[in-house]
Design a protein around this ligand. Structure first.
Ligand SMILES: NC(=O)c1ccc[n+]([C@@H]2O[C@H](COP(=O)([O-])OP(=O)(O)OC[C@H]3O[C@@H](n4cnc5c(N)ncnc54)[C@H](OP(=O)(O)O)[C@@H]3O)[C@@H](O)[C@H]2O)c1
Length: 315
């Protein structure tokens, strides 16, 4: 496993990180989650990502229990705030940040998180209030560093322009060979300001592993076959996308990689990316995916990926 510095922080994070959306505390049984976490540590993964909203606290609770077998100094723990936790609890007001952070710390069984991320931008709360509340959390020692996920570039710049507040060190965008959205605005503003990307859904929830075949039902036991989870897979399960993805298999073979490894390595070619967060429903996926760390894709392979996917890339 290779490690990269997270923005202007002093955190060194593993290039492959482990997330917990739709998996731990929700779809994956606790013993399997334990095996995944043990495999992650064995593979050198040190960044664990979660959110208060995953399973409405269930993911944090399971992680809090399972992480007890590891030393707190040996991993970087990241969680998030914003999405509704009840009919009335949501957003990034000072009151919510205080309430939700204490809830996350209690469930995670820790006195601090290394990274506290605003899960989206809250258009109903003044940015000054959010930044002051995040700064207070840092000053109280409950949060080491702060980040955001999917904020508009102008709001990132507005936060960076404020004085006397904690500074963002990380951005968590949706980014993959198929989804290039952050390249236009978010990555440039982050690169100039000591903010790294920790990318989510780099495999487009499994689509870029090549296991979903055009014209065939999703494999049994996969996220795509589960109606509770596949609602977030959007257009990626359409035949046109799946056909284009299948053309990557030869490129991966030539590079000596699996399709999942090539998709993860593609994200890591961008030097503003510190880590790419995978989801894993079983330990074998972690073994396979962790091997993408340190892989260099040559110019010809990068160009061929763009050519093969050109009709289905979203920007
Ligand atoms: N900030 C945000 O708004 C946001 C949004 C989404 C996610 N996230 C974070 O990012 C993390 C990763 O997101 P994601 O789960 O969408 O990531 P992903 O890595 O794109 O997809 C993960 C899923 O793909 C399948 N998979 C993974 N490796 C595989 C392999 N080698 N072979 C075959 N199938 C494989 C598994 O599903 P099956 O085995 O069930 O098919 C796995 O759960 C989340 O856990 C969360 O922490 C953040």
């Amino acid at each position: 496993m290779h490690y990269r510095k997270l923005g202007d922080s002093d955190l060194e994070v593993s290039e492959i990180a482990l997330g917990s959306w739709l998996t731990y505390g929700v779809g994956v049984a606790k013993e399997q989650a334990r095996n995944c976490l043990r495999q992650a540590f064995d593979s050198g993964i040190n960044l664990i990502d979660t959110a208060n909203v995953y399973g409405r606290g269930a993911a944090e609770s399971v992680l809090g229990e399972l992480l007890r077998e590891f030393s707190r100094e040996d991993y970087v723990l990241a969680t998030k705030v914003y999405f509704p936790m009840s009919a009335t609890d949501r957003g990034l007001s000072a009151a919510q940040i205080s309430l939700q952070l204490d809830g996350s710390l209690a469930r995670l069984g820790t006195e601090y998180v290394d990274l506290y991320q605003c899960h989206r931008y809250d258009h109903e709360t003044p940015l000054e209030e959010t930044m002051a509340a995040l700064t207070q959390a840092v000053d109280a020692g409950k949060v080491r560093y702060i980040g955001f996920s999917e904020w508009p570039a102008e709001k990132i710049s507005a936060a960076l322009a404020m004085s006397g507040v904690a500074k963002f060190v990380s951005s968590q965008p949706h980014y993959s060979m198929l989804g290039r959205w952050p390249e236009a605005e978010v990555i440039p503003v982050c690169r100039e300001n000591g903010i790294s990307q920790i990318v989510f859904s780099p495999l487009e929830q499994g689509v870029l592993t090549g296991k979903y075949k055009p014209g065939q039902p999703p494999p049994r036991g996969s996220r795509g076959s589960d109606d509770a989870s596949n609602q977030f897979m959007g257009d990626w399960l359409k035949n046109e996308v799946l056909q284009a993805v299948q053309t990557l298999r030869t490129l991966a073979d030539e590079a000596g990689l699996t399709m999942a490894q090539m998709a993860l390595a593609w994200v890591l070619q961008n030097d503003n990316v510190a880590a790419t967060i995978i989801g894993a429903s079983r330990p074998g996926q972690i073994v396979e995916n962790a091997a993408a760390s340190g892989v260099r894709l040559d110019v010809a392979t990068m160009a061929a990926i763009d050519k093969n996917l050109r009709k289905v890339i979203h920007r």
